[in-house]
Design a protein around this ligand. Structure first.
Ligand SMILES: NC(=O)c1ccc[n+]([C@@H]2O[C@H](COP(=O)([O-])OP(=O)(O)OC[C@H]3O[C@@H](n4cnc5c(N)ncnc54)[C@H](O)[C@@H]3O)[C@@H](O)[C@H]2O)c1
Ligand SMILES: O=C(O)CC[C@@H](O)C(=O)O
Length: 389
């Protein structure tokens, strides 16, 4: 039985993909071999030696200590694109809310009724406080043209917006999916100076922390509306509050509220709702469970954010999965041990990523436990697993 601990509420659509005869799954599972998580913070978690892999049902992995996991031979999986549509729809909603102060307008109507006024007699006079611009023919700047940014771009084009995108690492696949009317700029200042709306769709890392700071805001158009459904830490809150105060930024719509931000009138804050649709929760859970199972049962690494991607069709009778440091001589060191035992290698794959590498070896006959122990003891080997079929 594999033991899987859930660290957040995971959609049953995903959980039901674990066969009950093979998996014990739950939030109270002890010494798990797999962890399923959404946004729970695992940064300070001490990993149990039994832990083999972590699957993030989502895409932001700033809640997981990726380097520490890689060093311990724990692949971390994410679910690329699985929640992109949900976020895209909320971005469009955020632009509309920020333009026409829809949350303020709804609040005002309720306040009238609560204060005993007959609402129907005041709406026509009161509504002038909520006039705001249309999106049509306005300019949207998108920072990050990955799974979310690219579909936000295409949808905004279909709404009649002029779209500028900035992504220094734009993949060929994404570039091909972008509407041909999207202007991809090399200098982010070209986006800042033109945009009436700016939305960011990048990961939060050391490099993107406070990317939207006082200098970035100073390069923007006065009255810009900024949408942040990526991560709170990408924006310098103090700089944003100053810009809201001076009118440099007309509205800040964020999925990452904090008490300090809520002191400002032009902040529209939501409780991290970007991916909160049944469709997205189901997609993420199903993909996370499938990648986790594929690794536990077959050793395949797909959608990993910290170790090499590698899949190999099953062959032979036994598979050794060896996570090791990316240093010369490892393949020869490992395979020589099988030869010594007279075992034939049916198939072999090896891939590296940064400081780490992964080798999968399918064997024509079973090797003895002593050989597996020797592989484990080989210098620079981090983890060895043996799977049989
Ligand atoms: N609010 C939510 O519920 C919610 C839901 C999903 C994702 N997110 C956030 O959105 C982020 C992006 O998700 P995604 O699925 O689009 O990821 P993605 O990996 O598909 O896209 C990220 C893009 O950012 C680009 N990039 C990296 N550094 C950049 C930089 N300095 N400037 C511009 N572009 C840069 C990459 O090249 C990539 O194309 C996630 O990391 C997560 O933090 C939030
Ligand atoms: O799990 C969630 O609800 C949010 C996930 C989202 O922030 C992500 O990064 O994928």
């Amino acid at each position: 039985m594999y033991r899987i601990q859930t660290m957040n509420k995971i959609s049953p659509v995903g959980l039901n993909r674990f066969p009950s005869e093979l998996y014990e799954v739950g939030d109270a599972v002890q010494d798990p071999q797999g962890i399923l998580v959404r946004s729970a913070k695992l940064l300070d978690l001490e990993f149990n030696p039994s832990l083999l892999a972590i699957a993030r049902a989502g895409v932001g992995v700033n809640n997981i200590p990726l380097d520490r996991c890689a060093a311990a031979g724990i692949p971390v999986f994410s679910t690329p694109g699985a929640n992109a549509n949900a976020v895209k729809e909320l971005v469009i909603c955020a632009m509309l809310m920020g333009s026409r102060d829809i949350p303020g307008a709804i609040r005002w109507v309720r306040e009238q009724a609560a204060s005993g006024v007959d609402v129907s007699t005041v709406v026509e006079k009161g509504k002038s406080a909520f006039i705001g611009p249309e999106l049509y023919k306005k300019t949207l700047g998108i920072i990050g043209l990955g799974a979310i940014g690219s579909i936000v771009a295409n949808t905004a084009i279909s709404l009649g917006m002029d779209v500028y995108g900035y992504d220094p690492f734009l993949s060929v696949d994404t570039a091909l999916r972008l509407d041909r009317h999207v202007h991809v700029v090399k200098d982010i200042n070209d986006l800042y100076k033109r945009s009436d709306y700016i939305t960011m769709h990048i990961h939060y890392t050391e490099k993107t922390a406070h990317m939207i700071d006082a200098d970035a805001i100073a390069a923007m158009k006065r009255g810009v509306r900024v949408i942040n459904l990526a991560r709170g830490e990408i924006v310098d809150d103090e700089a944003m509050l100053t810009a809201l105060d001076t009118g440099m930024v007309a509205a800040y719509i964020t999925d990452f509220p904090n008490n300090r931000l809520l002191t400002a009138p032009h902040v529209i804050a939501m409780p991290h709702l970007g991916a909160s649709t049944p469709e997205s929760e189901q997609n993420c859970a199903a993909m996370a469970v499938d990648t986790l199972r594929d690794y536990l049962e077959s050793g395949n690494i797909r959608s990993s954010v910290n170790l090499p991607e590698m899949t190999m069709d099953r062959s032979g009778v036994q598979r050794l999965c060896v996570l090791h440091k990316n240093v010369p001589g490892m393949l020869a060191n490992i395979t020589s041990l099988f030869g010594r035992d007279g075992v034939n290698v049916e198939n072999l794959s090896n891939k590296s990523r940064g400081d780490y590498a992964y080798t999968m070896v399918d064997l024509g006959s079973k090797v003895g436990d002593n050989v597996i122990e020797d592989v484990r003891r080989t210098a620079n080997v981090i983890r060895v697993r043996s799977l049989e079929w």
